[in-house]
Design a protein around this ligand. Structure first.
Ligand SMILES: C[S@@+](CC[C@H](N)C(=O)[O-])C[C@H]1O[C@@H](n2cnc3c(N)ncnc32)[C@H](O)[C@@H]1O
Length: 215
């Protein structure tokens, strides 16, 4: 927790929050992994100190695999030492990869069944959000599922404080997510037990559809 707060103070734009996500939000973000029957390939983006990583690791079975992409080297070192090294020691046959760097330029093979994404899209310029969505959709198989979250009511809360440029960015982000929801299947669900309460957004990729990831 202290490590997360410290990194948030150092770089609030990429960390995006002062507190790590709650166990209840982690459970909601990873529901589909526990329900899935058969082998699964998972990508986690932006694990921070590993609030979702723990829930992902506990869902892994047999020949499942997990790749993790995190831009902040302090968080990478933390989850490697606290979570991944102990997990690998207990499950030597399982493929668990950690990649330090931004997701938008990560060189990964793709074909993921599930992407669990902790990125603070509301803090990013819309062009960056679009390029990250484009990259994630490219990396997912058709019918694959992307789950990300946002804080409930965050855009309405911010709007009076951000000035005309900020309001324009909020409107562009809203238009982008609406377009995305038309091109793919999207559902949302509220998790109250988080500081602040959050909405999980679950996007199922339509066959061959990379649309709505750029303007
Ligand atoms: C809001 S924190 C979420 C951390 C954790 N998943 C949680 O919910 O507690 C966002 C995380 O995304 C990482 N991040 C931000 N931009 C990124 C990028 N372009 N590529 C990969 N990771 C990024 C940050 O360093 C941070 O760890």
């Amino acid at each position: 927790m202290l490590k997360f707060v410290h990194q948030a103070i150092c770089d609030i734009r990429t960390t995006g929050s002062v507190f790590p996500s709650s166990p209840r939000l982690a459970r909601a973000m990873t529901n589909s992994l526990r329900d899935h029957r058969g082998e699964k390939r998972i990508l986690e983006v932006g694990p921070g100190t590993g609030a979702f990583t723990q829930a992902i690791l506990s869902s892994l079975r047999g020949k499942d695999s997990l790749d993790i992409v995190e831009v902040n080297p302090v968080f990478c070192e933390h989850i490697e030492r606290q979570l991944l090294a102990p997990f690998r020691a207990r499950h030597s046959g399982m493929s668990i990869g950690l990649h330090q760097g931004p997701i938008e330029s990560a060189a990964l093979e793709g074909g993921y069944d599930f992407v669990i994404c902790g990125l603070p899209f509301n803090n990013f310029p819309v062009a960056l959000t679009q390029s990250i969505f484009a990259q994630i959709l490219r990396l997912m198989r058709d019918g694959g599922e992307l789950t990300y979250f946002e804080y409930a009511g965050v855009r309405a809360f911010k709007r009076p404080f951000v000035g005309p440029h900020g309001r324009e960015r909020i409107a562009q982000f809203k238009a982008f997510t609406q377009k995305t929801a038309k091109s793919h299947h999207v559902t949302r669900s509220l998790v109250v037990a988080n500081i602040p309460p959050a909405l999980t957004v679950r996007l199922t990729k339509r066959r061959g559809n990379l649309e709505a990831c750029s303007e």
